[in-house]
Design a binder for this molecule. Structure first.
Ligand code: SF4
Length: 468
C-alpha cells in the first residue's frame, strides 16, 4: 500500500464529490463569530436553514469589549458593537447553534475555546470564519479559515468546495534553548521560508521539537501557518494530544466511544516513507528569542540582532519591501533591536493567550514593573479563571500590568481596543501588518515572555537576561 501523509488520510476521508478540479469536502465543525452576521443574512435571504446546527459553534470574541462588562450586553457602550453581539445571540438561538456568548462561563476566542472544550478533535475537517483556524491543526486535523460566502455554503450544506493543496513538511529537531518559546520557533520558520513560502501548501510540522512540545505550544505554531501563506498547518496526534483530549466536555467518553476514537486517531500520523511535495529542516538549537521589525511576520530576527539594511536584501523586491517597512515602522537600518523603545504591550490573541502564555508572562513580570501600558487579555474565561486560581493575575497587576476580560482585543482592533497612530506595541498576536492594531499603529510580534520583558524594560530585551 502506498505510504500516505496525514493530510492525505484526513482529506480522502472527507471527499464527497469532485468537479473540474474542485473537491467537495465534508465539514465536521464550523466555527463562527459575531462577524458571521453576513452568513446568517444570506441564509435568511435564501430562506435556508443551517443544515447541521449541532456541528456549528459560535463565539463572542471579535467585537466584545475587554473591560467594563459588569452591566452585561446592555451595558456595551458602542451601539454598533452592542448590536453585533445582540444579533449573534438572536441568530444562533434561531438556528439552534451552541453559542459561547457574552455571559457564558466558557466565553472566549474561537481558536481557544474549541480545544478547551474538546470540540476540536484529531482527524476532523474544521472550517472557521477566521484565517487563524489553522490553530486547530495542532490536534492532527485539517483546519482552515473561509470567507463569508463559503461559510454560508458550509452552514447550509455542511460541506465546502476546495482545491487540494500540496504538502510541505517542516522538520525541527532538538530541544528548545533556554528562554526560547514556540512563538520563536514559528517566527524563525516564517523568517526562513518567507511570508509566501507556504502558499498553495498545507504544512506538517514534524520532528523532535514538536513531539516534545505541549498542546498549547503546538497551537501557537499551527496558528501562524497562515502567516507563511499556508491555509493550514498540522501536527501528528500523539500521547500528548490524547492526554489533552481526555475528559473534555465534547471529547469522546471513556469506553467504547473513546476506544473507537483512539483507533482512528492513532492511524492518522503520516506513514513512514510518505512523500511530501517539499521539505524544510531547521535546527532548534539555532533558534533564539525573536522580534519582528517589519510589516509582515517574515521580517523578523533574533533579539540580539539589528534592523537589517535594505541594501543587503537578497533581491530588488525585498529591497523595496524592507525600505517601505522601515519607513512605516519608523526604524533605522542597523539599529540594534534592543534599542527599540516601545509604547505599549499586548499579551493576548489566539496565538498566545492560553494558560502557559500567561504563566510565561507572569514569570517575567515578577522581576520588575511595567514602564509602559501593558495589557494581558486571556483567551477565554476558562483561562482567566485558571490564571486567577494560580494567582497569576495578582503577580501581573502587582507589576503594573492590566488584567482584562477575554476576547480578540488589540489583535485586530475592531472592538475599539487599538493603538494610536505611531504607537509602537510589543504584541503576542500573529499579524504585524500596517494598521492591524489601529490606523498608523506599529506592531512587533514576540513571545509572551519577550512581551513581558519589553514591558518592564520599556524596550526590547533578551528575556534570558531577566530570568537567567
Ligand atoms: S485573536 Fe486575532 S487572529 Fe485570533 S481569532 Fe481573534 S482576531 Fe482572529
Amino acid at each position: 500500500m502506498t505510504a500516505r501523509t496525514m493530510f492525505d488520510k484526513i482529506w480522502d476521508a472527507h471527499v464527497m464529490a469532485e468537479e473540474e478540479g474542485e473537491i467537495l469536502l465534508y465539514v465536521d465543525r464550523a466555527l463562527i463569530h459575531e462577524g458571521s452576521s453576513h452568513a446568517f443574512a444570506a441564509l435568511k435571504k435564501r430562506k435556508q436553514k443551517v443544515a447541521r446546527p449541532q456541528q456549528v459553534f459560535a463565539f463572542t470574541d471579535h467585537y466584545v469589549p475587554t473591560t467594563s462588562r459588569e452591566k452585561g450586553i446592555a451595558g456595551i457602550a458602542v451601539d454598533e458593537i452592542r448590536n453585533m453581539v445582540i444579533g449573534q445571540h438572536e441568530n444562533t438561538k434561531l438556528h439552534g447553534i451552541r453559542l459561547f456568548g457574552f455571559d457564558d462561563p466558557a466565553q472566549g476566542i474561537l481558536h481557544i475555546v474549541p480545544p478547551e472544550q474538546g470540540i476540536t478533535q484529531p482527524g476532523m475537517l474544521i472550517c472557521g470564519a477566521d484565517s487563524h483556524t489553522s490553530t486547530h491543526g495542532a490536534f492532527g486535523s485539517i483546519a482552515f479559515g473561509i470567507g463569508a460566502s463559503d461559510m454560508t455554503h458550509v452552514m447550509a450544506t455542511q460541506a465546502t468546495w476546495q482545491r487540494k493543496p500540496k504538502t510541505l513538511r517542516i522538520t525541527v529537531e532538538g530541544e528548545l534553548g533556554f528562554g526560547v518559546a514556540p512563538k520563536d520557533i514559528i517566527l524563525a520558520v516564517i523568517a526562513k521560508i518567507g511570508a509566501e513560502g507556504g502558499v498553495g501548501h498545507t504544512l506538517e510540522y514534524a520532528g523532535s521539537t514538536f513531539r516534545r512540545m505541549s498542546m498549547e505550544g503546538r497551537m501557537t505554531v499551527c496558528n501562524m501557518s497562515i502567516e507563511a501563506g499556508a491555509r493550514c498547518g498540522m501536527i501528528a496526534p500523539d500521547d500528548t494530544t490524547f492526554a489533552y483530549m481526555d475528559g473534555r466536555p465534547w471529547a469522546p467518553k471513556k469506553g467504547a466511544e473513546w476506544d473507537a476514537a483512539m483507533a482512528l486517531w492513532q492511524s492518522l500520523p503520516s506513514d513512514a516513507g510518505a512523500k511530501f511535495d517539499r521539505e524544510v529542516t531547521l535546527d532548534a538549537a539555532q533558534i533564539e528569542p525573536m522580534v519582528t521589525w517589519g510589516v509582515n511576520p517574515e521580517m523578523a530576527g533574533p533579539v540580539g540582532g539589528a534592523v537589517p539594511d535594505p541594501k543587503s536584501a537578497p533581491d530588488e523586491r525585498r529591497r523595496s519591501d524592507w525600505a517601505m517597512a522601515l519607513d512605516y515602522m519608523g526604524l533605522k537600518a542597523g539599529m540594534p533591536l534592543q534599542d527599540i523603545a516601545i509604547d505599549r504591550v499586548f499579551i493576548g490573541s489566539c496565538t498566545n493567550s492560553r494558560i502557559e502564555d500567561i504563566r510565561a508572562a507572569a514569570a517575567v513580570a515578577k522581576h520588575g514593573k511595567a514602564l509602559v501600558p501593558a495589557w494581558v487579555v486571556p483567551g477565554s474565561k476558562t483561562v482567566k479563571r485558571q490564571a486567577e486560581a494560580e494567582g497569576l493575575d495578582k503577580i501581573l497587576t502587582a507589576a503594573g500590568f492590566e488584567w482584562r476580560e477575554p476576547g480578540c482585543s488589540l489583535c485586530t482592533a475592531i472592538n475599539g481596543d487599538q493603538l494610536k497612530p505611531g504607537e509602537r506595541c510589543a504584541s503576542t498576536s500573529n499579524r504585524n501588518f500596517r494598521n492591524r492594531q489601529g490606523p498608523g499603529g506599529r506592531t512587533h510580534l514576540v513571545s509572551p515572555a519577550m512581551a513581558a520583558a519589553a514591558a518592564i524594560k520599556g524596550r526590547f530585551t533578551d528575556v534570558r537576561e531577566i530570568i537567567k
